[in-house]
Ligand binder design. Structure first.
Ligand code: FPP
Length: 282
């Protein structure tokens, strides 16, 4: 069976290393995913079912965020990315957008001590400069206070869109070439180009979870999720907690990841596997 190596502390590689032989975990199970990314969906429906305003659903969603951050650390997940606000979400009613930004600010203010206590580094991906000044200041404050932690990373996707990220990466790459800091040939490989993504210092997600019964990616980590496993659960985000996260991780661990190889190649290590292509090859 193939096993992905756990990245060394503070050294998340963009491309995981493939080991042709089993690691220390049970040969029947994959290791706990190093990176779990979640599309937190269903806050509005949760509120509607209870005759509550949509913002109450988001408020309860923040409680789930807290529970899932703690649970992922307890499970040994090194990196957790949460899709908190998309580039498309600005088109929601003004009071909902304002409410979400207020919740973000409150969350950051309340969680700062907890993240520091638990040695969790906070990162953000997205066009952060366009966030309202107070939310942005709160974000930058917590990111600076936790930047030195290496064991666990919480990534908030804010004003994030995967296509926007690719545009930003292309612009960043072109600027680096123009400045003589990169060569056009660097973009011959994904490894070279992906250094310009927001996620350059993060591993690709192993597992992407979406709550609320929807089965789509909604412009989330389109490039990074190329080899991710997916779990779609009907549970609405405010009802998603430690138990649901553990169930999704257990589901993931029972799967077989092939990276374009055959089932036999990944289950029966033989000579062919020693010259196996890198995971980015289909
Ligand atoms: C999708 O549910 C959820 C969002 C657009 C926002 C997610 C935000 C939170 C969980 C709270 C804020 C987060 C942080 C990190 C402080 P929806 O509103 O689209 O639900 P619906 O599809 O049922 O209407």
């Amino acid at each position: 069976m193939l096993a992905l190596s756990a990245p060394a502390p503070g050294a998340f590689g963009a491309i995981p290393t493939i080991h042709p032989f089993p690691m220390s975990h049970s040969p029947a199970l994959l290791p706990v995913p190093a990176h779990v990314a979640i599309i937190m969906d269903g806050n509005g429906r949760w509120a509607k079912q209870r005759g509550l305003p949509r913002l109450e659903g988001h408020r309860r969603g923040v409680e789930s965020v807290r529970a899932v951050v703690d649970a992922s650390r307890a499970l040994g997940i090194r990196c957790l990315t949460l899709y908190a606000f998309s580039v498309e979400n600005w088109r929601r009613p003004e009071d909902e957008v304002g409410g979400l930004m207020g919740l973000l600010e409150t969350f950051l203010g309340r969680e700062k001590a907890n993240l520091i206590k638990n040695k969790v580094r906070l990162r953000a991906i997205g066009r952060i400069s366009a966030l309202p000044p107070r939310a942005r200041a709160a974000l930058e404050d917590v990111m600076a206070a936790t930047a030195h932690f290496t064991e666990h990373t919480l990534v908030l996707a804010l004003n994030y869109g995967a296509r926007t990220e690719i545009l930003d990466a292309a612009r960043s790459f072109a600027a680096a070439v123009a400045a003589g800091e990169a060569r056009l040939a660097d973009a011959d490989t994904w490894e070279g180009f992906s250094r310009h993504l927001y996620t350059a210092d993060l591993p690709d997600p192993d597992l992407v979870i979406r709550t609320s019964g929807e089965s789509r990616l909604s412009n989330f980590l389109l490039a990074q999720a190329a080899y991710a496993e997916f779990v779609f659960t009907p549970v609405l985000w405010p009802d998603f907690g430690a138990r649901e996260l553990e169930a999704a991780v257990n589901d993931y661990r029972r799967r077989e990841r092939r990276y374009g190889l055959t089932g036999d190649q990944v289950t029966k290590p033989g000579p062919a596997l020693h010259s196996a292509p890198a995971p980015a090859v289909i």
